[in-house]
Write a protein that binds this ligand. Sequence first.
Ligand SMILES: N[C@@H](CCC(=O)N[C@@H](CS)C(=O)NCC(=O)O)C(=O)O
Length: 302
Amino acid sequence: MTAQEVESGRFVRQANRFTERITADGAGGFPAEPGRYRLFVSYACPWAQRSMIVRRLLGLEDVIGLAVVDPIRDERGWRIPGRDPVTGAEFLSELYLDTDPSFEGRYTVPCIWDTRTKRLVTNDFPNITTTMETEFTAYHRPGAPDLYPEALRPEIDELNGVVYTTVNNGVYKAGFATAQAAYDEAVDALFRTLDDLEERLSGRRYLFGDRITEADVRLYTTLARFDAVYYSHFKCNLRRLVDYPNLWAYARDLYSVPAFGDTTDFDHIKRHYYVTHRHINPTGIVPKGPLVGWATPHNRER
Ligand SMILES: N[C@@H](CCC(=O)N[C@@H](CS)C(=O)NCC(=O)O)C(=O)O
């Protein structure tokens, strides 16, 4: 995180540098093709987990390859244990620098590598999931859900905007603030949105009714890390997730779906945040708790 910009105590996320698009028609030079692309992820990372959940929900496991980095990152950046068998890379930085030797930003997950042209196509995380949803439809498994239904896109995008600013990125703004006012502002906005979402989820199973959408994927990855990391490490501690009856049951409902549950690795999550972000946890001690019953029945089908 050290290279992130901090303005007047406010955390400012870097712009995504690689923003080429993979498209069904291949117009920009990157056609959606099975076996061509490789997705680099960390189980710890909420932005990367989104892409793993969507890949799995849509049945794209044999279409888009996957490489998982080690959860602990040092000054060399993300490391691929035992080297990536496809690209030969040991560090994610090699892929960034092979693509652009002058790149000076952070080497982030998720990102997609093109094995054909041997370059990074994108590290633009919001587009990685929507690309799988809209450009890889020819390869979706039979019966795959429509996570980004055309008729709902404006509403989904609008909600995603609020959730990104105040929740997904809001927890980082709280955790990495270096001025009290910046922290206060982030925490207040975060819990205002969580309170609204608690209300919204009282009358419907998922954010947009009775089917899972892209909006649920995006909210889930922050909720999954909330009590384990954000509550303590990022000081987002007005309320815990377990203090919200609807949000907590909703999170467990999603967790019970293999695409969500199997990509949620609390060990990687905790070790990554508490060990890697030494500037806010200098000892690198990983707390034992909290002990939270993610597998308890959620009764949300009612
Ligand atoms: N690409 C986005 C979001 C993805 C992101 O922040 N990924 C984190 C992990 S959660 C990462 O890879 N960080 C690497 C680093 O800071 O060196 C960004 O640059 O802010």
